[in-house]
Design a protein around this ligand. Structure first.
Ligand SMILES: [Zn+2]
Length: 478
């Protein structure tokens, strides 16, 4: 197995800036091997670059996309990608001949320049993947639709020394973590394969002395809750996973409370490169993944039911061990907790509809949305009476749950009895079939607890009687 060259950690003292990155990219001139192009522009007109590396002659067998810095103040992934690029540009034969590599090192250049999580419009790009409101996320999807990567990896950083942990005298144990796309409407084989990656890479990372575990979030054990990453579609890993490939998120740990959080940036870059190594050179897992994806594709028959309410739980009331590091003596310690939610539970589902319908009066914003996702729809030309199922809003949860934080906008609806509704010219019919079926359903299904209505522009389309703007056209019964 070939290994990527790791930089000397001490030589990395600060992140590469946007102008430095641009200069570095401009200096790479290897036609036929490296192609660099802007996929779009940020709010402040900085380029969002993609880099393609491929040295094979025929169609590539394996398409890998690595992208980073959706959160501007999380630079490590980008720095790792630039080292990767340097590795391959200095030694092209290092890149396996059957691998087409795509890099998008800096998705949020404005946030990077300002050292902020959000973009210049104040949006959290990694919660924008349902609405695709932001030019930065749209640039990413433009590439994803064109390339259809077999494997896509989103690179982030998490804080190891939050106040909560520090108050216990602890540091979070992991230096780097990874999780897979996990929406329950994705094919089971994809989730299984994703988990196999997350588990298999533990061994090589351990051998390199890097603390690695599957990515989890939450508070301090034993009293607070931990859980694996959110199964909803508003983040990149699940949003891109909906295209049918394998999709991952990596989080490297930063110690933000240090005087210079980037003093150990080199260690984070090394940890990243150790994981990337596996995605280039673990031939067994790559081969197995490609074989599985060929079989699964995105046209495979969908299940007859759509999960609408799902969450992490501790199914058998298991006791889990969460490792921490005692900061005073640098010793590892295991904290037993029953609050680690390790099982994805589905609480409710609805039958899969044949299509969705949007009335003419709401067609504008939905056309926009569907166009941004490049989802096909039909425009109804004359008054058409159709039997549909609608959903009525019960309420939004407007409190912020400290554990479920981002989920303050949970929407509770009741399903209304089937009714006959006349759709006026200009109404939209969005078929939930063919290769777009999974994405259509995950985007539009009105019974989803966490979906479009977390965004104000869709929330305001709910009418005064509480009926949601998207209606279900049910499958014909035999
Ligand atoms: Zn992040």
């Amino acid at each position: 197995m070939t290994a990527l060259t790791c930089p000397e950690p001490a030589l990395i003292s600060r992140p590469v800036t946007y102008p430095e990155m641009e200069a570095f990219l401009a200096g790479l001139n290897q036609p036929g091997f490296i192609t660099i192009q802007p996929e779009g522009q940020s709010h402040q007109n900085r380029n969002i670059y993609s880099v393609r590396l491929y040295r094979g002659k025929d169609q590539p067998r394996y398409r890998l996309l690595l992208y980073a810095q959706q959160h501007g103040n999380e630079p490590a992934g980008k720095d790792a990608l630039l080292f990767l690029l340097r590795n391959f540009s200095e030694n092209p034969t290092l890149l396996p001949a059957d691998t087409e590599l795509w890099l998008m090192p800096m998705i949020n250049p404005d946030g990077a320049a300002a050292d902020t999580r959000r973009n210049a419009a104040g949006a959290d790009l990694n919660r924008d993947h349902l609405s695709l409101d932001q030019p930065e996320t749209r640039a990413l999807y433009q590439l994803v639709r064109r390339v259809r990567p077999h494997i896509a990896i989103d690179c982030h950083e998490f804080v190891r020394d939050s106040e909560d942990y520090a108050s216990m005298g602890w540091l979070e144990w992991p230096q780097i973590m990874m999780d897979t796309a996990n929406n329950p409407f994705f094919p089971a084989d994809i989730y299984k394969m994703g988990l196999e990656w997350c588990q298999t890479i533990a061994q090589p990372l351990d051998a390199k002395g890097i603390n690695y575990t599957r990515y989890y979030v939450g508070g301090v054990p034993p009293d607070e809750e931990q859980r694996f990453s959110a199964p909803d579609l508003d983040d990149a890993r699940n949003g891109i996973g909906a295209f049918g490939g394998l999709s991952f998120i990596i989080e490297s740990g930063v110690r933000r409370s240090r005087p210079d959080p980037n003093a150990d940036l080199g260690l984070r870059v090394q940890a990243y490169l150790a994981i990337f190594d596996e995605f280039f050179f673990n031939k067994t897992l790559i081969k197995k993944s490609l074989k599985m994806l060929e079989k699964t594709g995105d046209t495979r028959t969908l299940p007859d039911f759509v999960p609408t309410n799902y969450f992490w739980a501790n199914r058998d009331f298991k006791i889990s061990e969460v490792k921490v590091i005692e900061t005073q003596n640098n010793r590892e310690r295991s904290i037993a907790t029953a609050n680690f939610m390790t099982d994805l539970v589905c609480k409710n589902s609805v039958t899969r509809p044949a299509a969705y319908l949007v009335d003419a009066q709401n067609a504008g914003p939905f056309k926009n949305l569907l166009d941004r996702h490049q989802i096909d729809y039909q425009i109804i030309k004359s008054d058409t009476s159709i039997e549909i199922e609608s959903a009525r809003l019960i309420r939004f949860e407007d409190y912020t749950d400290s554990v479920y934080n981002r989920y303050a906008d949970r929407v509770l609806v009741s399903r209304l009895p089937n009714s006959e509704k006349t759709f006026r010219p200009g109404s939209l019919l969005i078929p939930a079939d063919g290769s777009q079926a999974r994405r259509v359903i995950l985007l539009l299904e009105p019974n989803q607890m966490y979906g479009l209505y977390q965004y104000p522009q869709y929330r305001q389309l709910i009418d005064t009687s509480g009926v949601l703007p998207v209606h279900r056209l049910l499958q014909k019964q035999e």
